[in-house]
Design a protein around this ligand. Sequence first.
Ligand code: TPP
Length: 336
Amino acid sequence: MAEKAHPKKAPAHSALPSAPIAEYYRQMHLIRRLEEEAARAYAAGKIGGFLHLYIGQEAVGVGALAALKPEDYVVTTYRDHGIAIAKGMSSRKLMAELWGKATGCSGGLGGSMHMFDAENNMLGGYGIVGGHIPLAAGVAFACKYRGDKRVTLCFFGDGAVSIGGFHEALSLAALWKLPIVFICENNEFSMGTPLSRTLSVEDISIKADGYGMARDRFFATDVMLVKERIAEAVARARDESLPTLVEVRTYRFRGHSMSDPAKYRTPKELEEHKSRDPLTLARKKLIESGATEEDVAKIEAAVEAEVVDAIKFADESPSPDVNVLEPTTYDGPFAA
Ligand SMILES: Cc1ncc(C[n+]2csc(CCOP(=O)(O)OP(=O)(O)O)c2C)c(N)n1
């Protein structure tokens, strides 16, 4: 079943408030709802492999990607669903990939950790902690070499800054003045290990100093603030061809993956963070921008319809044909 041409915005959105916060709230709410349903489907055995949810961190991906142009590139980790949606991937392609169906963005062969969408310059979704950071530097190098003025955003967790590839990539990006923004999503834990047990410094952003690179650090509660601050780093990359390391402080509301009950934190800590939910704040800001409760309800209804449609599409799509195994294992695009 081929995916039908899927407009990025459903027609109903045209009647919705035009303030940027309306679109950011829509994206954040969509990511939240898709992932809540993905968690349910995982428990029902419809999704196999790993599933790392972005719930609680949506303001980072949505705000950061709002600072980009469509031709810019994004490279990220396995916690990639929200970033894929914010980069323009359709909900159908995303859910079908989670379901392991042939209509998914990676033909159902990659699953949750491999959201890849060349059409939208979303270059993945990688499972090896820190392994993608040198790849992202390579993408930025290619852009500089071609002189195409494209910027690369590279997302990773706080766990990745202890990996050698992080340091190698930052060193070369600074030396070669690459147009890249390294975004460390510091959600306070690497799996179940708190930052205080993995790093000798509390402020990750200062690692940029060792490479003579610009840096920034802030909390990602407000999606508008994320956009504003990442836009500064994007401008530095685009206009001056200079890299930046940005540490964005955030928090994940769920465990590391679906198999993690997150017993390493107290319910009180979790509730405190949930009381500062970036999605709730975005909704509040939307109302403050002049939208009515009815406007917001319309956005939420359109999101709900999109989620229901994506689940139906994933459910009804075929599994990959067994014959794809040999060519995708032994041939692939690089075969002689
Ligand atoms: C090189 C490598 N080592 C270990 C793992 C196992 N692993 C998967 S996720 C993870 C924690 C990473 O935490 P962080 O970078 O903070 O990202 P987060 O999951 O919090 O988004 C680890 C150790 C891996 N995938 N790759």
